[in-house]
Design a protein around this ligand. Structure first.
Ligand code: FES
Length: 117
């Protein structure tokens, strides 16, 4: 569950406590039905789409090392800071979302999807 604040089209969603994050163990969260992975690299928190583009596996359940996340199913690898796909099986780069930490809480900025009438 998350709470949103700020700009209407690009609201910030509170998704976790900063203390929950560990450089060796990503955290999976869900915002408005969208699965995101939270990754700690150094002091920086990164938020990426969590479902691997190759098939259905959650990258937040993968193996994180040296700023790279490896998919737990078929070992696609992605750069956590940029979302760049590093192994062909991953098929494409991941979407990255802006993050910030306020008063120990991690917030992620996710644009509101507009549906055409
Ligand atoms: S599901 Fe991630 S590499 Fe296949």
């Amino acid at each position: 569950m998350s709470t949103s604040t700020g700009d209407q089209e690009f609201p910030w969603h509170e998704v976790a406590s900063r203390d929950q994050l560990d450089p060796d163990f990503p955290v999976g969260v869900e915002v408005n039905g969208q699965k995101l992975g939270l990754f700690l690299v150094g002091d920086e928190v990164h938020a990426l789409e969590d479902v691997c583009p190759h098939a259905y596996a959650l990258l937040s359940q993968g193996f994180q090392e040296d700023g790279v996340i490896e998919c737990p199913l078929h070992a696609a690898r992605f750069d956590i800071a940029t979302g760049k796909c590093l192994v062909e099986i991953g098929q494409r780069d991941l979407h990255c979302y802006p993050t910030r930490v306020q008063e120990g809480r991690v917030q992620v900025q996710i644009p509101i999807m507009k549906v055409a009438a």
